[in-house]
Design a protein around this ligand. Structure first.
Ligand code: HEM
Length: 153
């Protein structure tokens, strides 16, 4: 049997937007909708205490609502019910991020907080296997390049 771990690789920003592959739906199947909500709560709690906290809501309560909206999106992108479309409308992620100054450094903070949350909420709890978690990570790595709208720090 081959021992496999998740490679939390971060593709360097070079101004291009590589093609995006959606996460393997098995990720949602493995962790469940509640697991996805717990993952996003953990992630948003970390963002709240991160160097990019000023991009986000000031009140912790509002941050937890944002985590719910975000979980709606991730459940949907992993092949689950279309909660985000229903509650927030078409994703149009680039447009939704346009009001915020998203630099390559902000992306690094965003991704490394997500990595920590995945380690605590998915890997430590043995909820999914490395290949499946890898597909979720690769999606975040590539799609986060698309959110950069300010190429200098
Ligand atoms: C590249 C680094 C990124 C930064 C700094 C960032 C920052 C933000 C900020 C400031 C907001 C608004 C506050 C909020 O509702 O949470 C937001 C919303 C959101 N972001 Fe990001 N984001 C990044 C990448 C991504 C990526 C890659 C995805 C999806 C894969 C994503 C999904 C979302 C979703 C679903 C929302 C909620 C939109 C809504 O409810 O209207 N973000 N993000």
């Amino acid at each position: 049997m081959q021992f496999q771990t998740v490679d939390f690789h971060i593709t360097p920003f070079d101004g291009t937007n590589p093609p995006v592959t959606k996460p393997d739906p098995k990720f949602l199947h493995d962790i469940g909708e509640e697991g996805m909500r717990a993952l996003l709560r953990s992630f948003y709690t970390k963002l709240y205490h991160s160097p990019i906290a000023d991009l986000f809501e000031e009140e912790f309560e509002a941050m937890m609502q944002a985590a719910q909206n975000s979980a709606d999106f991730f459940i949907q992108i992993c092949g689950g019910p279309k909660y985000f479309n229903k509650r927030r409308g078409a994703p149009q992620m680039r447009g939704r991020h346009a009001p915020f100054r998203i630099t390559p450094t902000a992306r690094l903070h965003w991704l490394t907080r997500f990595e920590e949350a995945i380690k605590e909420e998915v890997i430590a709890k043995s909820l999914s296997d490395p290949a499946t978690i890898q597909s979720f990570w690769s999606y975040l790595d590539i799609f986060s390049l698309w959110m950069i709208n300010t190429p200098y720090d």
